[in-house]
Design a protein around this ligand. Structure first.
Ligand code: MN
Length: 274
């Protein structure tokens, strides 16, 4: 921009010389990265994301399944430690980071928060963005057609079950988590596509209880913005994508929400179920 030659620089006119083309500050939402040591491309892309777009964000929300599995705060693998270090750099730079439990990393706890500087969020949660209240969830609780999964969810979210699990050795926990992942993959593969998606009545119930027009969640790995109607009123359901083959981010600034996929340069990693 060329400065005007006029020497009269009142505070008003000098302010007008400041370029107005500033990128709007956005709140960022991601989920379902499924980071572990077997997927180095994902952690690489996540670290670049933290060092670029996330650095200038208002806040970063991670809506569950940041990690492929989490057997306790005492046993991160090297890729998970790298992701935590990246989060720590981001939070130390002043960008608040919030993490919700997913169905894979529901054991994230206090020590994780201390290491990363992130804060754990309850599920469900209402976040106000530019004046609009938005219901935010991981999304697994909405998949109520999958009865077997909902029974498992109730078990592993039980405090006594978690205490007993965390009392086991790291090796025993790793073995159990490996078996659970294999079981979950077989279960999801055997289920009809519709059964592992959200249930429409559960979505309506959640929106009604929250009193919001918009629901934002991950978990199903089916990124989209759906228009629907509940009690005769238009609503929106935004679904974040997973990071298996590319990144997925929802940017929410004063212009509203925008769902974007982030291309990854390199060999695509193998996909997988929720
Ligand atoms: Mn999930």
């Amino acid at each position: 921009m060329r400065r005007r030659s006029s020497p009269s620089l009142s505070s008003e006119s000098s302010a007008s010389l400041v370029p107005r083309v500033r990128k709007a500050v956005a709140t960022l939402f991601i989920s379902d990265l499924h980071i572990d040591a077997s997927r180095p491309l994902i952690v690489g892309q996540f670290l670049s994301f933290l060092q670029s777009e996330a650095k200038s964000a208002e806040a970063l929300y991670i809506l569950g399944d940041l990690f492929e599995s989490w057997i306790g705060d005492d046993a991160p693998d090297p890729a998970q430690s790298a992701a935590i270090a990246g989060l720590r750099t981001l939070t130390l730079s002043g960008v608040p980071c919030f993490v919700m439990h997913g169905n894979r990393d529901f054991l994230l706890s206090r020590q994780f928060c201390e290491m990363s500087g992130a804060q754990l969020l309850p599920d469900p949660l209402i976040v106000t963005l530019h004046g609009e209240a938005v219901l935010v969830m991981h999304g697994d609780a909405l998949c109520t057609d999958d009865r077997a999964y909902q029974r498992l969810r109730a078990t592993v979210r039980d405090a006594d079950w978690q205490r007993q699990f965390l009392a086991l050795s790291v090796a025993a926990r790793r073995a159990l988590a490996g078996a659970a992942r294999a079981g979950s993959q077989a279960h999801t593969a055997a289920m009809e596509h519709a059964i592992t998606d959200v249930n429409a009545d559960s979505v309506a119930t959640a929106l009604r209880a929250a009193g919001t027009y918009t629901l934002l969640h991950g978990h199903t790995h089916r990124p989209a913005i759906h228009a629907l109607e509940v009690d005769g009123r238009p609503r929106t359901r935004i679904v974040l994508g997973d990071w298996y083959d590319q990144g997925s981010v929802l940017r929410w600034d004063q212009g509203g929400p925008e769902l974007q996929s982030l291309p990854r340069h390199g060999v695509p990693s193998a996909g997988g179920p929720e």
